[in-house]
Design a protein around this ligand. Structure first.
Ligand code: AVJ
Ligand code: FE
Length: 370
């Protein structure tokens, strides 16, 4: 790799950090330390965790340097510290937190100067800049987690949120696309950054199925709720007699009937699909159909698939990203949401969460056997 691409990496790291800091810019230190939800971290934890993850990989692992704050890292370990405990931890806060983020970045850029990122580099972490891609993805993914929390902050306003939420309506047109039975390739290709859970790319057999060209809209979900009494999406509140408003960020904004529904649990998504006489697609069906789907990108889409390893799965570079979550208790979401940075999005990307969760920007589309 050339000096040019090192410059490109440094530039992208700077852009991700700008985005992270822009998200919290409207908040004061007290708000950063507030526990708004027991299923989400206080923002100060996310910020320190982003920097600590960077120190761990780009400074300690790649640069062979000692940690700057002794064993501080154990408080930012996501597995050791479940979200419900994160408000109480002796993590960095306020001025110290900001200084740590800046110091880590300075060291990481210093190390970047001296590493070999060639395609034939000896260390697989460095080959084609893998570890830097991982770092970027990690910070940008935490931006989305932060945006989940920011929906709970009354009065939170940000241009970034306004712009990203300004989606068009779900386009009218033919309702479903037919996908023929056959063999399809699933998973990430050999080259390019992907997480361990997206490999190995492998063939699968699918029966013929139909999948909705567009995701389920707010109007359709509202009709389903009225008909069944199923729990409304998170942040929906009754508006007078019949309608609903969206109370995210402490505001009461109209819900646009033609926009894709979000903040739906897997349980709600699955119930909707059955109510509509259909079912959720499997994640393999979703990936096979991906080139023919519209409306992808406003909300993650729940699938019928539990989060399981692909054949030949090997944890890389650290087991805690995927392995502890494999099993029937986590369901896969595909696509991306308005809060997902484009650099995180690819057809093979697998997201997951517990089936009752609604704080994520999650909707659905339906499928059925042909
Ligand atoms: C892929 C969104 C489920 O937030 O738990 C961030 C991403 N992993 N740091 C999560 C992640 C480690 C992960 N999800
Ligand atoms: Fe993380």
């Amino acid at each position: 790799m050339t000096a040019n691409s090192k410059a490109a990496i440094a530039e992208r790291l700077a852009e991700a950090r700008e985005r992270t800091l822009a998200l919290v810019e409207p908040l004061d230190d007290e708000q950063l330390n507030t526990v708004y939800s027991l299923i989400l971290s206080p923002l100060a934890w996310d910020l320190g965790h982003i920097a600590n993850f960077e120190e761990l990989w780009l400074v300690q692992t790649v640069g062979a340097r000692e940690p700057m704050h002794g064993d501080l890292g154990r408080f930012y370990d996501a597995i050791e510290n479940p979200r419900v405990t994160r408000g109480e931890l002796p993590i960095l806060r306020d001025t110290e937190l900001r200084a740590y983020m800046a110091d880590v970045r300075e060291r990481a850029l210093d190390v970047l100067d001296s590493v070999d990122l060639a395609a034939d580099a000896e260390d697989p972490l460095l080959r084609e800049g893998f570890v830097y891609e991982m770092l970027l993805a990690h910070e940008l993914q935490h931006n989305e987690t932060m945006l989940q929390l920011l929906q709970m902050v009354d009065g939170y306003e940000s241009e970034l949120v306004e712009d990203a939420l300004a989606v068009g309506p779900v386009a009218p047109g033919p309702e479903t696309v037919a996908i023929p039975a056959g063999e399809y390739e699933i998973g990430a290709r050999e080259r390019g950054f992907a997480y361990d859970n997206e490999r190995d790319r492998h063939p699968i057999e699918l029966g013929a199925f139909e999948i909705d060209r567009t995701p389920v809209t707010n109007a359709a979900y509202a009709e389903f709720i009225e008909d069944t009494g199923v729990e409304a999406p998170m942040y929906w509140e009754r508006d007078g007699s019949a309608g609903w408003v969206n109370a995210a960020r402490g505001r009461r904004a109209p819900i646009d009937p033609v926009h894709p529904v979000i903040h739906v649990s897997w349980e709600g998504a699955d119930a909707f699909a059955r109510w509509a006489g259909k079912r959720l697609p499997s994640e393999q069906e979703w990936e096979a159909a991906r080139p023919r789907l519209e409306g992808v990108g406003h909300g993650w889409e729940w699938t019928a698939s539990a989060f399981l390893p692909y054949p030949g799965f090997r944890a890389f570079p650290y087991p805690e990203y995927s392995e502890p979550f494999f099993g029937p208790e986590h369901m896969v979401l595909r696509g991306s949401s308005w809060a997902t940075h484009p650099d995180v999005v690819r057809p093979s990307f697998r997201n997951w969460d517990l089936p009752q969760r609604r704080q994520i920007f999650s909707g659905l589309r339906c499928a059925r056997d042909a």
